[in-house]
Ligand binder design. Structure first.
Ligand code: ARG
Length: 275
């Protein structure tokens, strides 16, 4: 064998190994995070990683192709665009989102889940400026005569676990000593399924999700009554992530000014309520 060729081969091999290692090191670095131009540190370079809990249409749900879309998705896409990255969405239980544990663990940069800003949650999360107003609503199957919680004595009412709707109903039941069995479901789909199949007599969740359900399943359920809880949704970041919070609020403010917010609202929610 020609020793020269052999040496070259070894050199080439060594170079390849070095390159490979370099490449790996580059990868490892990317995977441990990244910093955007505005000084925002992200859990994964090149992406704005969002924690959400599916499904919660019209705020976040899979479309026919399996892509997660909705009002929240569109607004967070604006933040990602501002940061020069793309949004990547992780579906995870609501409990880990509202408790702050997902954000604290570095699972995601932002939580966008049709999540109501509450004092309790403010202790463990930093919320953006409010981006949506919501109330609670009681849905019943079409044909039901129920109009009030009082009429549900001796009956089962479905709620979604960990939500403000669940807290509201539990508080009403306690306060008014209502004889209602509150049944908690792990997500909106399970709750709606329970209502549709008569597992519960009525179900409480945010009004816009019932409006959406009625749009996509015409004739099945009606809103019996609303509860004016005066809720506002906020996006959440890890406590102390001031850089990202600033970018989120700036992005929201810009969208409100330039008409993008209204466009997104019209696409996912419908006609805007009179101000
Ligand atoms: N707005 C309610 C809350 O904050 C319900 C949110 C549920 N969201 C979801 N993506 N599952 O408690």
């Amino acid at each position: 064998m020609n020793p020269l060729v052999n040496t070259r081969r070894v050199a080439a091999l060594a170079a390849a190994v070095t390159l490979g290692l370099g490449g790996l090191a580059g990868c490892a670095k990317e995977d441990t995070g990244g910093t955007t131009e505005g000084g925002v540190t992200l859990v994964k370079a090149g992406a704005l990683t969002t924690c959400t809990h599916l499904p919660y249409a019209p705020f976040q749900a899979k479309d026919d192709t399996g892509k997660v879309v909705g009002f929240d998705v569109a607004l967070v896409d604006l933040v990602a665009k501002k940061l020069g990255v793309t949004q990547e969405i992780i579906d995870t239980p609501f409990e880990g989102i509202k408790s702050g544990s997902d954000l604290n663990a570095g699972k995601c940069d932002i939580a966008a889940a049709g999540m109501t800003i509450t004092d309790e949650r403010k202790v463990v999360l930093d919320f953006s400026d409010p981006y949506f107003d919501a109330t609670q609503a009681l849905a019943v199957l079409t044909g039901s005569s129920v109009k009030t919680l009082e009429e549900l004595a001796g009956k089962r009412v479905g709620v979604q676990g960990g939500t403000t709707g669940e807290a509201y109903i539990n508080a009403q039941v306690a306060e008014k000593s209502l004889d209602i069995e509150v049944v908690s479901y792990k997500d909106l789909a399970a709750q709606q399924q329970a209502l549709a199949t008569n597992q519960v007599e009525a179900a409480v969740n945010d009004l816009p999700v019932w409006n959406e359900y009625i749009k996509t399943n015409p004739g099945k359920v009606v809103v019996a009554t609303g509860f004016d809880t005066g809720e506002q949704y906020g996006f959440a970041v890890k406590k102390g992530n001031a850089e990202l919070l600033k970018a989120v609020n700036e992005s929201l403010a810009a969208a409100r000014t330039d008409g993008t917010y209204d466009q997104i609202y019209a696409t996912w929610i419908g006609a805007k309520p009179a101000a």
